[in-house]
Design a protein around this ligand. Structure first.
Ligand code: ZN
Length: 224
């Protein structure tokens, strides 16, 4: 049976996908999550994702796709690669895992179909600093068409954060009533430290700058 009121969220326990999880809970009756493990340095990530899903009372499924790290060495899985703190000129930082979102979304679609679910949520954003190609709207639309053709189905990939920078993602979390939960329970840091994180990796900087911008704007509005 096909459910058009059910959705599968690609979920990692970070700020973006947790915001997406609560966005999905607002707009869909039935929400499930899928989390991918591919040899990330910090196994705490999947534990945190499982706990947030549990607390949110949604099913959580962990899929192991470690092959990805063998094929695409990157600084998120390989301790011998020093993480780029800045985006190198004319290329992507080594936190970029080639093919990652394509593979995540493809496996998510296969899993969703087996459950009779055809709506999928991903927390990718074009407004992100490094401009990973598989976070762009054009790619997501293209993959959506390919998945439909590959399985002769009508999937819809939802990207509620596509045009939001990090301050707008904080704003959405606040509107959804989960600002504190996301601030204190999620893990975005590339060094595997939850909540405010290590403070100096690119993910922490981006998260903190977004938070400061959002809170500054909010306080200004309160004063007006
Ligand atoms: Zn960090």
């Amino acid at each position: 049976m096909k459910h058009r009121n059910a959705v599968l969220v690609c979920f990692s326990g970070g700020q973006d996908s947790t915001t997406c999880l609560f966005w999905a809970k607002k707009y869909f009756e039935k929400v499930e999550t899928v989390c991918f493990t591919y040899g990330q340095k910090h196994s705490l990530e999947t534990e945190i994702a499982g706990k947030i899903a549990d607390d949110a009372n949604v099913p959580f499924q962990l899929l192991d796709i470690s092959l990805l790290s063998q094929l695409a060495p990157n600084s998120l899985t390989d301790f011998s690669i020093k993480m780029d703190n800045e985006k190198p000129e004319n290329s992507y930082p080594n936190t970029f895992v080639p093919g990652r979102n394509m593979i995540f979304l493809t496996f998510a679609a296969v899993l969703a179909r087996s459950k009779g679910i055809f709506d999928i949520v991903t927390g990718v954003s074009e407004a992100d600093y490094s401009g990973y190609p598989d976070c762009r709207d054009t790619f997501i639309r293209s993959l959506n068409v390919s998945l439909n053709l590959a399985m002769d189905e009508q999937f819809v990939i939802h990207t509620p954060l596509m045009n939001r920078d990090k301050s707008k993602v904080w704003q959405l979390a606040d509107e959804l009533g989960v600002f504190d939960l996301i601030r204190t329970q999620t893990l975005t840091c590339y060094n595997g430290i939850p909540a405010e994180g290590c403070g100096h990796c690119p993910a922490c900087k981006l998260r903190r700058q977004g938070l400061e911008t959002y809170l500054l704007g909010k306080n200004k509005n309160l004063l007006l």
